[in-house]
Design a protein around this ligand. Structure first.
Ligand code: FAD
Length: 320
């Protein structure tokens, strides 16, 4: 069976959920071979094997942390040359897409970004993308070289399927150009304790209707009761009520959670572009004519200052 390279997104060997989703999708088109760069490959291998990785190609070098993405592209290219895979899968993060694009150029292959589904096809893997503010679904296939495909988080439910997960060292040599831009400092963002917006299974977003930075605490309280990430419309971000890193939409982040709750958001096309592929959409808006109600699964016409706290209390009560 053809091997499929899966680029591992991890923090010191703690594998992040989108990688488990990639392994699950990779099994539809071949045998997953994980590529783990940086520290913690042995710890990661147990989880990667549990989700179907037959092999884990591991490389650890200071270059991965000291420079921008090019050394990681060198390593992925080395893995590509070692395996001759049927496809290369990466998570659709900003970094994943940059690595994917650079790899595709180097190996002369076509690339598909932001896939939301993947299936085997007679002439190679077929990727589904959601386009034009999610008003169309398209299916595409790479016709030149080895398909390089990035997949959006939450596109598949991770399913375990035990495989060997044998760690093999990957020899990597770094090109001169790859070490041309050095990272000179890092400042970690203060942790909110909430899941990352693009990976969260549930997102609760607030818009202009929240009417002030101080009122976002009620959005955060609902999010925390559900273990959700917090999002915001551009109107709320532009007003300075919530950080830009939390903006959902065309010029913010694209999310595709199991559940998206929009409070005080009208549903402008640019906002929809970032959340329309969410599995279940709930809106709370006091205007029954708000366009967001055209795309919701459940809509509450009401004042968010009454509805959201009641919802939070109900969630807490049911959770005991
Ligand atoms: C090039 C471009 C890119 C853009 N990119 C983005 C983007 O990435 N993301 C994005 O979100 N927008 C984006 N926008 C802006 C977008 O067009 C809208 O202006 C924005 O989404 C509106 O935000 P909103 O829904 O919070 O505000 P509004 O449209 O003002 O809606 C507020 C809603 O809150 C409701 N409301 C008010 N008070 C309450 C209450 N007490 N209880 C319940 N409901 C209440 C109102 O009925 C209303 O429907 C972009 C625009 C452009 C031109």
């Amino acid at each position: 069976m053809a091997e499929v390279l899966v680029y591992v997104d991890h923090v010191d060997g703690a594998v992040r959920k989108p990688t488990l989703e990639l392994l699950t999708l990779a099994r539809r088109i071949g045998e997953p071979v994980a590529v783990h760069l940086g520290a913690g490959a042995d710890a990661a291998a147990a989880v990667l094997g549990e989700y179907g990785a037959v092999k884990v190609l591991a490389a650890d070098a200071s270059e991965f942390a000291d420079y921008l993405v090019a050394p990681k592209v060198d390593a992925l290219e080395a893995a590509y040359n070692a395996v001759s895979p049927a496809a290369v899968l990466l998570p659709s993060s900003a970094e994943g897409k940059e690595i994917a694009a650079r790899l595709a150029v180097r190996i002369g292959s076509g690339i598909i970004t932001d896939a939301v589904d993947l299936e085997a096809g007679a002439e190679g893997p077929v990727a589904t993308q959601s386009v034009f503010a999610a008003s169309y679904s398209t299916k595409s296939r790479v016709t030149k070289g080895t398909p390089v495909i990035t997949v959006k988080p939450n596109s598949a439910a991770p399913e375990a399927a035990q495989a060997a997960g044998t760690v093999e060292q990957l020899a990597v040599s770094f090109g001169e150009k790859s070490t041309g831009t050095k990272v000179v400092s890092r400042t970690p963002r203060e942790s909110t304790g909430r899941p990352e917006l693009t990976e969260a299974a549930i997102v609760v977003s607030g818009g202009r209707g929240v009417n002030g930075a101080e009122n976002f605490s009620i959005i955060e309280a609902l999010a925390d009761s559900l273990g959700a990430a917090v999002g915001a419309s551009r109107a709320a971000v532009d007003a300075g009520w919530y950080p830009h890193t939390n903006q959902v939409g065309q010029t913010g982040k694209s999310v595709s959670p199991q559940l998206y709750i929009a409070a005080g958001i009208s549903g402008a096309i640019q906002h929809r572009a970032g959340m329309q592929t969410s599995k279940t959409i709930v809106a709370i808006n006091k205007d029954a004519e708000a366009p967001i109600f055209d795309l919701v699964d459940y809509g509450v016409v009401g004042d968010l200052f009454e509805v959201v706290p009641q919802l939070t209390d109900e969630v807490k009560t049911r959770k005991g």
